[in-house]
Design a protein around this ligand. Structure first.
Ligand code: AHG
Ligand code: MN
Ligand code: MN
Ligand code: MN
Length: 314
């Protein structure tokens, strides 16, 4: 059947890719809207103002002009999609109600520009998105119906799961996303590690775990950008990213709703695992929008080893 006028190549490819799965038209439309919004974020990242916005977010982080601009791009697109009920963003202090509760609507939690402070040194950054059915955004991450990220690197890639495998689309020279990898799978054990935070604030269990990784010959691969660092672990299928509890910051740095839940959903559906050191990230019941948690995410054997070291060195 010919595509309806105005249907993007991504929408055609995505519908073909999702055929046979029980995915609502509204969810396909929402994923396509997010993909479209990312093209405007790319433009902002490539040419936008690198200065500060003069405001700070819920976490007391000084917002960059790019944080605010990319947040506005994402929020406007979600509102106009017509299929979104509630919106939460790393850059907004509270939930934004786009529409009153109704059947067939979704709620979205997103980090519009993760790693924004890396743009001025030209390192890769990304947008992270978590999607739930209905209007409740304080659900365990296991209830997500979709999670995705767009990575603005040497190539622009979109990685997503709707719970049936993890797949990658890559932007071509016409700025169209085309399918480039299907059913991406993690291996059981890895050979790279990405240790976030200040090592002189690591607790003993984490320090011993790092020594264990180095003793088995793992290489340190850390860019400071959550999206490229996770993407490297996922695409190589081997490795672990960690941002542990630090002395003085028992919950680490990264945010459950906007960063940990979507990445944990993707990595679990690629055969890896994600823990806060005690329980799976996806089983955390968020009590507030700004909740943070430590994270160990990647190959199952490496995440298990991390939790074992933490248990032994309580
Ligand atoms: P954001 O730019 O959205 O605030 O997130 C930055 C995060 C994440 O990208 C990365 O994993 C982490 O900050 C790096 O933190 P450190 O600089 O403390 O290592
Ligand atoms: Mn930030
Ligand atoms: Mn972030
Ligand atoms: Mn951010």
């Amino acid at each position: 059947m010919p595509a309806a006028p105005g249907t993007s190549k991504f929408q055609i490819e995505l519908r073909r890719h999702l055929r046979g799965q029980n995915i609502s038209d509204n969810l396909v439309h929402l994923i396509c809207e997010i993909a479209e919004a990312s093209k405007y974020v790319i433009n902002a990242v490539r040419t936008g103002d690198l200065g500060v916005a003069g405001t700070s977010n819920l976490y007391g982080e000084e917002q960059l002009a790019l944080d605010v601009l990319s947040d506005r791009i994402m929020r406007k697109r979600l509102i106009h999609s017509g299929v979104v009920c509630n919106i939460a963003s790393e850059e907004m202090d509270e939930i934004y109600q786009a529409q009153a509760s109704a059947d067939g609507l979704y709620s979205v939690a997103y980090d519009p520009l993760d790693g924004s402070s890396l743009v001025d040194v030209n390192l890769a950054v990304g947008t992270i998105v978590s999607i739930y059915e209905g209007c409740d955004l304080l659900q365990p991450g296991r209830n997500q119906v979709a999670a995705m990220y767009i990575l603005y690197g040497p190539r622009v890639s979109l990685v997503y799961t709707v719970g049936d495998g993890v797949h990658e689309f890559t932007m071509n020279n016409l700025m169209e996303f085309t399918l480039t990898r299907e059913n991406i799978r993690m291996q059981e054990e890895g050979n790279i590690y990405a240790p976030g935070g200040l090592r002189n604030k690591y607790n003993d269990g984490d320090e011993q775990f790092i020594r264990h990784l180095e003793a088995k010959g793992c290489k340190l691969r850390y860019s400071g950008g959550f999206v490229p660092d996770i993407n490297q672990v996922l695409m190589k299928g081997k490795g672990i990213f960690m941002y542990p509890a630090l002395k003085g910051s028992p919950n680490g740095k990264l945010r459950v709703l906007f960063e940990l839940n979507p990445m944990a959903f993707i990595i679990e559906h690629a055969g890896g695992s994600a823990s806060n050191g005690n329980i799976p990230i996806l089983d955390i019941v968020p009590e507030s929008l700004d909740q943070r948690a430590p994270i160990y995410i990647g190959c199952k054997a490496d995440v298990k080893a991390a939790t074992d070291f933490l248990a032994e060195h309580k």
